[in-house]
Design a protein around this ligand. Structure first.
Ligand SMILES: Nc1ncnc2c1ncn2[C@@H]1O[C@H](COP(=O)(O)OP(=O)(O)OP(=O)(O)O)[C@@H](O)[C@H]1O
Ligand SMILES: [Mg+2]
Length: 395
């Protein structure tokens, strides 16, 4: 086992574009780190730099304190599990798992190989499939074979690049639990790249958020969610995403396009005397159908009427959608934010979470309640991170 230290890592591909731009992350021995970010933000590149499949343009990579920039992948003793499993179709499950051991010729006796393969197969519940070929296995079983191959190597760390993205939702859930348990049981340092919000929030000790090759924040899932470092992180973490609403301050009221929201006491000082436009960041779960709010809680929030376009009932939860007109006066501010969030434009709708038994339906106006404590992120200002610009390609 080992710690992995990334110091100011930069990766520039041939076109000069910094796919990874000055990233420094310390992964402690035994830690489970998750890497997230939009497509193309450099997650795979960073992982491949760690494992040695990609040269490091500048910066240092240390494994257990030792600089390994120039070491070949096989000398770094890390195990990578890919999205497409990379199994050998003509080999049995047993031989697929044994493969990395046979590759290091002479290092392991036949008995040792057998012992290691069987131990891995027991851990991964693959005993009854050892003689089968990958083509005859389910996606989840194939994924476990790929894990087995990583385990037998006694690697110092596991690196996962979206290992579950080919699986259906149910299997994903199962494998997620298995990976979490396995990692905890083995206590092996792991870096895990994912697009999946649930994986990001549940699997790891800490989550690192990347945007255009630049590290935005690295923190526990709870901290990312509750204290995002900037608007990008606020908008990226959480599903459905945080709503961003422009608001004008008039006395003690935020005039928003979906209704008047009383300025919570906690932020009164911050906004008093300002008649500027601010951006409210409000998470869906901070709203509720006012009929379902405890009487004791009512004074801790603000209730206002809004027009719903439609609702989505998911059995155990429900979401309501409120459309609004974008305020032209703040358009430039929202466009800037949209760019920051990698979106074409800011959606002009608010998603609110409603009790599953709420009777609010599309096409009607209803009273909704907003938790005042929700304003932790109430007036985020766009944070300028140096945008990585691609050099024009010369023809
Ligand atoms: N071999 C390459 N040559 C040139 N540019 C590359 C190469 N590989 C990746 N890139 C660029 O580097 C950036 C980061 O790519 P990377 O594959 O690391 O993103 P990612 O975060 O893993 O995305 P995804 O979530 O889609 O897998 C992208 O802009 C991509 O186009
Ligand atoms: Mg990738």
């Amino acid at each position: 086992m080992a710690s992995i230290t990334m110091q100011n890592l930069v990766k520039k591909y041939d076109d000069g574009f910094p796919a990874v731009n000055d990233v420094s992350i310390d992964v402690a021995d035994g830690e489970f780190l998750i890497l997230v970010g939009p497509s193309g933000c450099g997650k795979s590149t960073l992982l491949r730099m760690v494992v040695g499949l990609e040269d490091i343009t500048s910066g240092d990579l240390l494994i257990d304190g030792e600089r390994v920039n120039d070491k070949a992948p096989r000398d770094r003793n890390l195990s990578m599990v890919f999205q497409n499993y990379a199994l050998y179709p003509h080999l049995t499950v047993y031989e697929n798992i044994a493969f990395p051991l046979r590759l290091s010729k002479g290092q392991f006796s036949k008995d040792e190989i057998d012992r290691k393969v069987r131990a891995a197969s027991e851990t991964l519940d693959l005993d009854e499939h050892l003689e089968r070929k990958p083509a005859n296995l389910s996606g989840g079983q194939r994924q476990r074979v790929a894990m087995g191959r990583a385990i037998v190597r006694d690697a110092d760390a596991f690196l996962f690049d979206e290992p579950l993205s080919n699986l259906d939702a149910k299997l994903r859930g199962q494998m997620r639990t298995e990976i979490a348990q396995l990692q905890r049981r083995m206590g092996i340092t792991s870096i895990y790249v994912t697009h999946d919000q649930t994986e990001a929030m549940t699997l790891g000790d800490r989550v690192a958020v990347l945007k255009k090759g630049v590290l935005q924040q690295i923190a526990s899932p709870r901290e990312l969610y509750e204290q995002p470092a900037n608007l990008f992180v606020a908008g990226f973490i959480g599903a459905p995403s945080m709503n961003f609403l422009p608001a004008r301050i008039e006395g003690n009221v935020f005039k928003t396009p979906i209704g008047d929201i009383e300025v919570p006491e906690r932020v009164q000082q911050k906004v008093s005397g300002k008649n500027d436009i601010v951006l409210l960041g409000l998470r869906p779960e901070h709203f509720e159908d006012s009929k379902f709010v405890d009487e004791a809680k009512v004074p801790h929030g603000t209730t206002f009427e809004a027009e719903f376009t439609h609702t989505e009932w998911l059995g155990n939860q429900q979401y309501g959608y409120i459309q609004f007109e974008q305020d032209q006066a703040v358009k430039h501010k929202l466009d800037e934010l949209a760019k920051d969030l990698d979106a074409d434009e800011m959606p002009s709708q608010v998603v609110v979470s409603l009790d599953a038994s709420s009777r609010i339906r599309g096409g009607t106006a209803a009273n909704i309640w907003l938790d005042a404590a929700a304003c932790t992120c109430s007036i985020p200002r766009p944070v300028k991170t140096s945008p990585a610009t691609r050099r024009p390609v010369r023809s």
